[in-house]
Every structure is written in C-alpha cells, then in structure tokens.
Design a protein around this ligand. Structure first.
Ligand code: ATP
Length: 206
C-alpha cells in the first residue's frame, strides 16, 4: 500500500511529519509520500513560493528514509486538484491500494473539493482524528464507503473511507507563521533545519 499526505506545508512542521510516520507504521505502508500543493484551490496562494516550501520539506526529511516527497503538483499548471494527482499516481502504480490521508479539518471541507466523489475511484481516504474524536454525521455517500475494518483497505485498491486516531500534536503552520511575524521563537515545533532556512530567507516576517 502507498500512502499520500497532501498540504501546503507552509512551513512543514512536526504535526505533519509525526502523523506521516505514524500512519506508515499503522497501515504498514510500503511508502508514504508528502505532496506539496502548488496552487491550492481552497485557499489564498501561499505567501511563500512552491520552490521554498519544497526546499523546506527536503530539509525536514533529510536523512529520514521513511518519508518521501512527491513534487508532481509543482510541475503542473493550474489549480492543484487532488483528483488529478490521484489519477496520475494511479496510472503509475497499477492496482496497488492507495490511501489519501487527510486531517479531520480537511475532511469537514471534503465535499467542496473538485470532483470529491471521484477521489474514491482512485484511492481510499483515511481521516486522521484525535483520540476520542466524535464522528460528525456522515452523508449517504460517505456512509456507503465507510469501513470499520482496516484490513479491507489492503484488500481493495480504492473506495473506502476510514477514520484513524493518531497522536495529535497541537501545531499548525498558521501558528508558526504568526510566531515568526511577532519575532517569537517557534523552535521545537518544526525541524531546526527548516527554521534556519526560514531565518536565512527572512520568510514569514510580513
Ligand atoms: P495552515 O495552518 O496554514 O492551515 P496546516 O498546519 O494545517 O497549515 P497544511 O499544509 O494545510 O498544514 O496541512 C496539510 C495536512 O496536514 C492537512 O490534511 C491537515 O489536516 C494536516 N495537519 C496539519 N497540522 C496537523 C497536525 N498538527 N497534526 C496532524 N495533521 C495535521
């Protein structure tokens, strides 16, 4: 099984990295790929270029062989629709199971994503939840795709919705950007090498 974790990573932080490592173990993934978004359709254009966000991801992962970066969205013009990314990965991996991991915040917006129902033609979706998180009412489409047995994901290429509780670190890129803008030190919320890069390039100072 291959897992992917999309985001703006503006900047990448330990919340992203820890979750990615954790799901690699929980789902016994052959690979977990972090996919930086170039032009996220749901938000303003990130304040920092795609190249810098990619560079920070590379610095964050460094010697960590358990995590990989997939930069295909940066090589594609137009909005970074996840459905196009999944199609493109699917065309390369044949019928291997593919899992798209998203946070519960992203799941709450999922029905606004471009061709959101088609996502399930190409991948399973696993929503990363907090321990004791209470599921919101699911619409009929989600209920029809819901699985409560993790082994079903390995047995099918795509099409299941699963909720997985992971250790949550209360870290967000927004909070890190705000700290930097206020000349506070966000150390220990993100890798030192990423923070050094941010300082060298004077990012997020506003
Ligand atoms: P921002 O604060 O700018 O919205 P972010 O920290 O939420 O950024 P994104 O790049 O937007 O980071 O998130 C990418 C993915 O990582 C999303 O699915 C999001 O839900 C998830 N995510 C973000 N922060 C955490 C965290 N602390 N723990 C687990 N998942 C996270």
């Amino acid at each position: 099984m291959i897992g992917i974790f999309g985001g703006t990573f503006n900047p990448v932080h330990y919340g992203h990295l820890r979750s990615a490592l954790e799901v690699k173990d929980i789902f016994d993934l052959a690979e977990i790929r972090l996919i930086p978004s170039a032009n996220p359709p749901h938000r303003d254009l990130p304040s920092v270029s795609a190249e810098s966000r990619l560079k920070m991801l590379q610095l964050a992962i460094d010697q960590q062989t358990d995590l990989k970066i997939d930069d295909r969205e940066l090589n594609r013009a137009g909005p970074s629709y996840m459905v196009d990314t999944l199609k493109s990965i699917r065309s390369e991996i044949g019928s291997q199971p593919l899992i798209l991991f998203i946070g519960s915040d992203a799941f709450n917006q999922l029905t606004t994503w471009h061709e959101w129902q088609a996502l399930f033609n190409y991948a399973h979706i696993v929503v990363l939840t907090r321990p004791n998180y209470h599921l919101q009412a699911l619409n009929d489409f989600f209920s029809a795709h819901l699985s409560i047995d993790r082994t079903e994901l390995a047995q099918n290429s795509a099409g299941k919705l699963y909720f997985q509780s992971v250790r949550q670190l209360d870290i967000s890129a927004t909070a890190i950007r705000d700290m930097i803008a206020q000349h506070k030190n966000p150390g220990f919320l993100l890798p030192d090498k990423v923070l050094t890069y941010i300082r060298q390039h004077q990012l997020y100072l506003r």
